[in-house]
Design a protein around this ligand. Structure first.
Ligand code: HAM
Length: 420
């Protein structure tokens, strides 16, 4: 072991497991690519103010979990704790919303950072694939995104997940509800911290996991009963579209989410095999975020799915993804001249798209064949001076053990055909 270890709350992705992570990212991105979403990449850090205003001054993410720092030049920056504020900032900066073609549909994939208390499924560095549809208010978009996430999870073979759905109302009806909820909460027997939360973000109190708090919350006013007609109709339409698409969901009026920008539709994908950190993905509508960060009114909706937790969900369901073998052909040479010639052949195979590796260093035949077997390759190409002098190499099928001589100029075409 070296003197250094990965920082607390982080872990390294190493082969062969890392192949599963790549496959998960790929599986989440595929339905998005197929539905008009364009790829966007933004910096790993932003002006800290963007998150303070966007995600919300009273959220745990901003008050406790942000990696904020001052640069040598005096800029106040933060490692991104999430992607939505950054993506919207980038779209506004590039005037993507002025192209006359709304919504602007974007997807992204990357690393995010939150200074959280590490536990299984909760890390300080984690990975998300996300999607945002910017600039249009249309329940079809909300439904589309939920359907695409469902499709992504199903394409991975996942079954034990549920979709929780709620509406948080809009700038008309939520304040009315907030007042009613605050009135109710102020009458309860709660600790100092929670009383403070009532004044800053009363909806979060509904989310309190403690039994003594939950007991008192029975009979609390429900947002459902306070939604304005517009929000109610919008929500009913989203629900109807999901039902028509055959996507099952559960209404969950307690679903609040940990970011302040949400309006109307909110949803979470939870997996039942994950214990406490069960949310594998989440998202919703954020009609006011653009204005909060200085842009025009741009009603939008999106989600982010956690790659780390999706991999844990696969493990919980015992699903091993069918990741293609890293190496199809492994070349072993006997002697320096043979090695030089074989290396040429390896390069040719690689150019032709055949995944090829070889034995390096002065490995013996025995060690070379051991490496070939360990590589998972289907075929070994074995070449000694005598074979090469005759213009041939040995091709060994590592599954059946059969071996045959193959003319040098037939190697690439033969292997391509057999591996196809
Ligand atoms: P979020 O719910 O904070 O939403 O994160 C989305 C997903 O990222 C979570 O469901 C979880 O799978 C994963 N995740 C979050 N924190 C951690 C962590 N500490 N360790 C491991 N995984 C984690 C957002 O980030 C919003 N930007 C989603 C969104 C997009 N809303 C609208 N558009």
């Amino acid at each position: 072991m070296s003197t250094f270890q990965a920082p607390k709350g982080t872990y390294d992705l190493l082969p062969p497991d890392s192949a599963t992570y790549l496959a998960v990212r790929e599986a989440i991105a595929a339905p998005l690519r197929n539905s008009g979403y364009g790829y966007i990449e933004t910096p790993g850090f932003e002006n800290v103010e963007l998150f303070a205003r966007g995600v919300g001054e009273s959220t745990d993410i901003v008050t406790k979990e942000m990696y904020a720092f001052e640069t040598k030049g005096g800029d106040r920056l933060a490692l991104r704790p999430e992607g939505t504020a950054s993506v919207l900032r980038a779209a506004l900066e590039a005037n993507l919303h002025k192209g006359g073609n709304l919504p602007v549909k974007l997807w992204y994939s990357g690393s995010y950072y939150r200074y959280e208390r590490p536990q299984k499924g909760r890390y300080r560095h984690f990975s998300q694939v996300g999607a945002e549809a910017i600039g249009t208010e249309d329940p079809v978009l909300d439904a589309e995104l939920i359907i695409l996430a469902d499709q992504a999870y199903r394409s991975l073979g996942l079954r034990d997940f549920r979709i929780l759905l709620n509406s948080l109302g809009d700038k008309e009806c939520r304040p009315v509800y907030r007042d009613a909820l605050q009135d109710f909460l102020r009458g309860l027997d709660l600790d100092e911290d929670t009383r403070r939360r009532i004044e800053i973000n009363p909806l979060r109190v509904l989310d309190d996991k403690r039994a003594e708090v939950q007991k008192q919350l029975v009979g609390a006013p429900l947002l459902r009963d306070h939604l304005c007609d517009g929000c109610k109709a919008y929500h009913e339409e989203v629900r109807a579209l999901l039902t028509a698409a055959g996507v099952a969901f559960e209404d969950d009026e307690k679903l609040v989410r940990g970011l302040d920008y949400y309006t109307r539709t909110t949803f979470e994908f939870v997996h039942d095999g994950l214990g406490a950190q069960s949310a594998v993905g989440g998202g919703g509508r954020y009609d006011g975020l653009s204005e909060m960060i200085g842009g025009p009114a741009l009603p939008s909706v999106g989600w982010a799915l956690g790659v780390d937790r999706t991999v844990l969900a696969l493990e919980a369901e015992g699903i091993a993804l069918d990741v293609p073998a890293a190496t199809d052909v492994f070349a072993v040479a006997l002697g320096d001249d043979a090695k030089r010639r074989l290396f040429e052949l390896v390069t040719e195979l690689r150019k032709a798209g055949v995944a090829t590796d070889m034995a390096y260093g002065g490995k013996s035949m025995k060690a070379g064949m051991k490496a070939a077997n360990r590589s998972g390759a289907r075929y070994a190409l074995i070449a000694g001076e005598r074979d090469l002098a005759e213009g041939a190499v040995q091709l060994k099928d590592l599954e059946s053990g059969e071996q045959e001589a193959l003319a040098l100029d037939a190697v690439t075409s033969t292997l391509r055909a057999r591996l196809a």
